[in-house]
Design a protein around this ligand. Structure first.
Ligand code: B1N
Length: 840
């Protein structure tokens, strides 16, 4: 008896030919079937959806390796100057669709897959995204990698290959529940392990001084533990260029020689425990956005990926026979916030201790190599490490920081004689109470450039958080307003709008987003407006169907889609949005026949697991939804939906469907925001405060095409200085009072008057983020929105003008500015070599 043999059955379609990376439909189909067979080891009869996704991913991967290898070869041969973008987070989103776009083979591959009888979109949807970031900061790093590759800038992204990325969010009984994100469960087709480039990182222990053979005083670090870092490389394609750069993420492992003693003494379990401790380093992403928790494991993660990356750069220099003295000519290192700022001390340690360089020369190199981006003004996000904890983990770095600090404070004394308070404020060590290492101060002292992420943010940095450093080194400061990649956030996520745009102005706007300006003329074109509206409508309909399937809620695609999608944080004021919903609801309850513009309120976003008030805000929104969505008086005119598990993948569905983008943070608190840009580029109008990049968006799109409300940053400071009292507003605004009282009475919580008390207490007694002060202005502005939405033609005109005027916010513009003002780096063209060239 013979068993059916898939190998024999499939034989006719897996003949190996000389070119396995062709781009014709036939070659793509054959590539897919080959990979299904050779990589997944399946025949189509038993292949799962995931097998098919994997086969497709490998088919695409096969077709980009040529670019990747040739790029690496070119950089190596030329010894090209390279940007190293150090970031604790890279929120990449799914790779497959993006790689298809950037390779320029999206349509062919779609056709090939459909000819094989498979659902192309279902396969795209199958990809488990690497959620290796919390929000804007991690996503910015990902957009910047895309733009660096597209602009042909030699670059490496360096970070951590967390085994568990940002948690998966479930909503149970209205509450957020966190599930671990096992993104590597089914394997990752996009990265390649490079164990041959592993490095070791020391932790803990103590230091000893000694005198070397040249009679020089040296320090030796005897660590308690050594951890091995293994690099995993992911190719980062540029858009329609041959460049394929690398994202290199480090995974922690125990070195082969781990805990020899325990092994030899027969304590096998103890030895394995040591191995587990090592692997903990890259186990999980800390799920906090805009706060620092001060945990030892987090500091260990930081030194781990920073040391691995710096050692890797030194290895690359050796390979290219470039002397170490030229480190800052070969590399420029961008620090994505202070999370990698220990790099300043680590590079000093490597140069001085490991390579025997003199301090002065090492410091010269170090301070010419680093540039620092600050992403936040929130005091709770500024990283500082208790000195004891720091010294236990990094005894040598502590000494180096003392040395840097001593020399730095001498400079401060010379520039500002007898200013003792200034010395205390600028010291790398906070000695006002328990002693701390201040990482922002280290980053400022160790970098030649310091930038904020939007104009207002940079001004506030100079005025406030980094004022002393601005006075000390004004020449280091500069602004680099954030940007977003139009490849992922338009071409991939909004194909219908792109098709319409292309039909009018061609498709070169994708590389030069300023060209969208040409659409201004079409804002006056009735037919164009009609098509624009039809597209928005169709996308809203799609989202409505998705919501029906996932949440079981009927939403009306004709209603105004009012969306707030971002991390939950008090400063972002999702609860102000909630107060608006309650206000509209209360008006309906008071007068059921009131004429109101139908709206669908959509919320998406995660709360840090330990952030109680943020989680309670999620519960509040779900509770309001429960009441509003079923109240017959509302007659479906208001709907409130919480979109579970917001992610990059999901965001790509959400941005194109919005009519109104909520950017309502307290002025002076949101450093930039980037969701604001994604919404506006996709034709949503913004209701927002003068905060972060909102200021510049409004400047670009025109004040008549932006719904502005609220206090300015200056007014916020002034009001606080006067002694702000939220009760003043509560007592004087009956609608505000009613909205708050409805919550506190238990109306939205089945009569439980205690449930939301902690949230209301923060509002009524402190209101740190001034919701009550901004409430009336917000409500009035929302009334203007409702009125404006009724004028269909004019709304569309404004939406088109928003799209047309978003050119400034391409991450290509941001990256060109970094290249010119900070990095001093030029593009390097990649020519594809002859052998194995693809057939198109
Ligand atoms: O960085 C984004 C900005 O657009 C946002 O306005 C800003 O809030 C965000 C500690 C952070 N700042 N700081 C963080 C994230 C994780 C963490 O552990 C801080 N995220 C931002 C891009 O510039």
């Amino acid at each position: 008896q013979t068993v059916p043999n898939p190998v024999l059955e499939c034989k006719p379609i897996i003949q190996v030919e000389d070119d396995r990376t062709g781009l014709s439909i036939e070659a793509l189909k054959r590539g897919f079937l080959d990979n299904l067979f050779y990589v997944q080891g399946k025949f189509s009869g038993i292949a799962t959806k995931n097998d098919c996704y994997m086969a497709l991913a490998y088919t695409v991967r096969d077709r980009l390796f040529k670019r990747w290898v040739d790029t690496a070869e070119t950089y190596t041969k030329n010894g090209s100057r390279t940007v190293c973008y150090l970031s604790a987070e890279f929120l990449m989103g799914p790779h497959l669709g993006n790689n298809l776009i950037n390779l320029g083979i999206y349509d062919q591959v779609k056709q090939a897959i459909e000819e094989l009888g498979l659902d192309f979109y279902e396969l795209l949807e199958q990809e488990e995204e690497p959620g290796l970031g919390n929000g804007g900061l991690g996503r910015l790093a990902a957009c910047y990698l895309d733009s660096m590759a597209s602009l042909e800038i030699p670059s490496l992204g360096y970070g951590i290959r967390y085994e568990f990325g940002i948690f998966e969010q479930k909503i149970q009984d209205g509450w957020q529940v966190e599930i671990t994100d096992k993104w590597l469960r089914f394997g990752n087709p996009w990265d390649v392990a490079r164990p041959e480039w592993s490095v070791e990182v020391k932790l803990g222990g103590h230091t000893e001084s000694y005198v070397d053979e040249n009679d020089r005083y040296r320090v030796r670090w005897i660590p308690f533990q050594v951890v091995k870092g293994i690099p995993y490389d992911t190719p980062i394609l540029g858009y329609k260029v041959n460049t394929a750069n690398t994202l290199r993420l480090w995974a922690a492992e125990a070195p082969e020689s781990f805990d020899f003693e325990a092994f030899n003494s027969g304590d096998y379990v103890k030895a394995v425990q040591a191995k587990m401790t090592s692997e903990n380093l890259s186990k999980v992403l800390y799920p906090n956005d805009n706060v620092s928790q001060g945990k030892k494991l987090r500091l260990a993660q930081q030194i781990f990926f920073v040391s691995c990356s710096l050692q890797d750069m030194i290895r690359i220099m050796k390979g290219q026979k470039i002397p170490l003295e030229k480190f800052h000519e070969k590399f420029v290192i961008q620090l994505n916030d202070t999370h990698p700022s220990i790099a300043v001390a680590e590079l000093m340690r490597l140069l001085v201790d490991e390579y025997g360089m003199e301090w002065e020369q090492a410091w010269e190199i170090t301070t010419k190599a680093f540039a620092y981006t600050n992403h936040t003004l929130l005091p709770e996000a500024l990283e500082k490490w208790p000195l004891g904890l720091f010294g236990e983990l990094l005894p040598r770095h502590l000494q180096i920081i003392y040395e840097i600090n001593g020399r730095f404070l001498d400079d401060v004394r010379i520039k500002f004689p007898d200013d003792f308070d200034r010395l205390k404020r600028m010291s790398l060590i906070d000695e006002s109470g328990e002693r701390y290492i201040r990482m922002a101060n280290l980053a400022c002292v160790g970098s030649f450039a310091i930038n904020g992420v939007a104009q207002l943010h940079t001004e506030l940095l100079q005025k406030d958080v980094l004022h002393d450093f601005y006075e000390m080194y004004p020449e280091k400061f500069n602004n680099k307003t954030n940007g977003i990649t139009p490849r992922r956030f338009m071409v991939l996520s909004n194909p219908r709008l792109c098709e319409l745009i292309d039909s009018k102005i061609g498709n070169t706007w994708i590389k030069n987003l300023h060209e969208l300006r040409q659409l201004e003329a079409f804002a006056e074109d009735v037919e164009f407006r009609h098509k624009f509206r039809q597209i928005k409508q169709a996308i809203k309909q799609d989202l409505a169907e998705y919501i029906k399937a996932k949440n079981g809620i009927d939403v009306d695609a004709n209603s105004l889609f009012d969306i707030q999608a971002k991390r939950f944080h008090e400063y972002k004021r999702q609860h102000l949005n909630a107060l608006h919903i309650i206000t509209l609801y209360n008006r309906i309850k008071a007068n059921p026949n009131i004429d109101i513009t139908p709206r669908t309120f959509l919320f998406g976003g995660k709360a840090a697991p330990g952030y109680y008030i943020a989680k309670l805000t999620i519960k509040l929104i779900n509770s309001i939804g429960e009441v509003v969505n079923r109240d017959p008086d509302v007659r479906g005119r208001l709907k409130v939906v919480f979109l579970e598990d917001y992610s990059v993948k999901f965001a790509q569905r959400v941005y194109p469907a919005a009519d109104l983008s909520e950017q309502i943070s307290t002025a002076g608190k949101e450093a930039s925001g980037t969701g604001n840009m994604k919404f506006a580029l996709n034709g949503a109008l913004t209701i927002g405060t003068l905060d972060g990049a909102n200021v510049e968006i409004r400047e670009e799109v025109g004040e008549e095409n932006f719904f502005l409300f609220g206090l300015t940053a200056e007014e916020v400071y002034a009001k606080k200085a006067q002694g702000y009292d939220p009760m003043y507003y509560y007592n004087r605004d009956p609608e505000l009072k009613l909205a708050i009282d409805r919550i506190s009475s238990g109306f939205f919580s089945h009569g439980d008057a205690n449930l939301f008390k902690p949230l209301l207490d923060t509002l009524l007694h402190r209101d740190e983020y001034m919701l009550l002060a901004d409430y009336r202005s917000y409500i009035e502005c929302q009334e203007q929105v409702s009125q404006a939405y009724r004028d269909v033609e004019n709304w569309t005109r404004m939406a088109i003008l928003n799209v047309a005027r978003m050119g400034k916010f391409s991450s290509d513009r941001s990256i060109s500015d970094y290249c010119e003002d900070i990095w001093q780096i030029q593009p390097v063209k990649i020519e594809l070599s002859e052998y194995l060239q693809t057939d198109v």
